[in-house]
Design a protein around this ligand. Sequence first.
Ligand SMILES: Cc1cc2nc3c(=O)[nH]c(=O)nc-3n(C[C@H](O)[C@H](O)[C@H](O)COP(=O)(O)OP(=O)(O)OC[C@H]3O[C@@H](n4cnc5c(N)ncnc54)[C@H](O)[C@@H]3O)c2cc1C
Length: 343
Amino acid sequence: MVRIKENIDIAPYTSFGTHARVERLVEWDNKHDLVEFLRSEGAAYIAPGSRWTILGEGCNTLFTKDFAGTILRSTAKGIEILEENEDYLIIRASAGEVWDDVVAWCCERGLWGAENLSAIPSSVGASAVQNIGAYGVEAKDIIDKVEYIDIATLQEGVIKGSECKFGYRESIFKHELSERVIITAVCYRLSKHASPHLDYGTLRPEVEKSGDVSPMGIRRAVVAIRDSKLPDPKKIGNAGSFFKNPILPREQVEALKAQYPAMPIYEVAGRPECLKIATGWMIDSLGWKGQQMGRAGVHKNQALVLINCGDATGSEVMALAERICEQVSEHFGVEISPEVNIL
Ligand SMILES: Cc1cc2nc3c(=O)[nH]c(=O)nc-3n(C[C@H](O)[C@H](O)[C@H](O)COP(=O)(O)OP(=O)(O)OC[C@H]3O[C@@H](n4cnc5c(N)ncnc54)[C@H](O)[C@@H]3O)c2cc1C
């Protein structure tokens, strides 16, 4: 079934909760209905020259103005087992599934691989677009393949995880396949063998509190840490980390580290010539934590998280973001960019 809503306020569909009028929102529960719709009455909405985009749970998207076009949003649910042997299980989750429900499904069955990614607010579709990551694990580590509909032909396609060009919050879906495909499902490979990843932040001590080193035990620990640190978007509008952590040439980072010894730096897997630096630390050291500009602010515990302090407009959030970018650039000589998708 396809549902069309016209001239709606998009605020309830996003975690930032900024208001913007959207000309049309199209939702579907089943990819066959979507294809049928896009072949017929919906064809004009995605025709060349027309404005459209895709939204999942809206947790990484900031609307800064009204959107004169069509928002496509999958509400298709379902998790099914595609393949199983004594070592692993491959599951297919529909794009409109809530990511954390998939993690819970895996952990309840004792399957390994998704537990560190617990409680990331995301749709399944965006888990692949964003290559979501937390506590030393990224979606790419478990994505086996991604199923999609090609906008130009309306044919179904599949791309292997290894071909998705995954990087830090990056994938082929943000580049070559941007505005060319609608992801309909993501297939994940989960291990039946214990493979805990506990060496990131405070995860190990949190897991040790309960002594439960099972997928469910790790999930509980991750949820507890996240609940203690991150604002709940249902109470305070936000999109998690607003900025990316820049990956810079090793020499540049070493020079920064010499100047600012407290600056946290991280190795980047597979890229020994680079290091990653913590944007949150730079913003914090500029005194932004807990500060407000207009009705937008910087979270009191997490300098990387910009918040809607109550009825902020998207432009107010952007004005704050731009001010922070300028100051980081002036002070540290580092250009930071948003992780959030700005519309
Ligand atoms: C409190 C909080 C904590 C967070 N913590 C983390 C974290 O720890 N790690 C992390 O990685 N992120 C984190 N985030 C960011 C966010 O959870 C992720 O970016 C997530 O993937 C967003 O999912 P979404 O469905 O809401 O995406 P949206 O914001 O709805 O969309 C994101 C992008 O995906 C595209 N897209 C969505 N669905 C499809 C589809 N079916 N086909 C094609 N393109 C599609 C959209 O066009 C857009 O470009 C956090 C956010 C919040 C609010």
